[in-house]
Design a protein around this ligand. Sequence first.
Ligand code: IMP
Ligand code: MG
Length: 175
Amino acid sequence: METKISVLLSQEEVEKRIVSMAEQINQDYQGKQIHLIGILKGSVFIVCELAKYLTVPVTMDFMSVSSYGDGTESSGRVKIAKDLDEGIEGRDVLVVEDIIDSGRTLTYLMKVLLARNPASLKLCTLLDKPDRRVPEADVTVDYVGFAIPDQFVVGYGLDYAQKYRNLPYIGVVEE
Ligand code: IMP
Ligand code: MG
């Protein structure tokens, strides 16, 4: 079976949008220090690109949670595979995610992080698939790069069975 990838969002579109999200975040966090939390592995490219354009002081940590196996279907199970290195109590935390799909992963994760008493807790995602949200997912997304239709996408950190993360654009897998 041959896999074809068609471009949904070009590298230029993605990077322009990340710059404008950074500008918004700089305004919203004036006088504060942002503790960025990247969700491995998908958000790595996005965190790095976003951080380059943040002008407020930034610290970073990473965490790995998963609700997916190697396919394209949500398993509904969420587990912390790698926790943060540092505590977040009293810090202004901005979680950076690649994509919000069913919303299960981030609903769970934001509850876990809120219980650690950050000064503030916000969520930034490059992509959002609002049509896929399940009713029990009550996650608030503060910064959305692009709302996209219900299609499985890869690239810019996003994978299909661990492949295609390195594509510099967002593409749709067609089989
Ligand atoms: P959720 O719990 O269903 O919101 O799942 C979010 C996670 O599922 C994301 O962090 C991705 O790892 C993965 N995911 C959801 N949709 C896609 C997609 O279209 N391409 C690649 N990964 C996806
Ligand atoms: Mg992910």
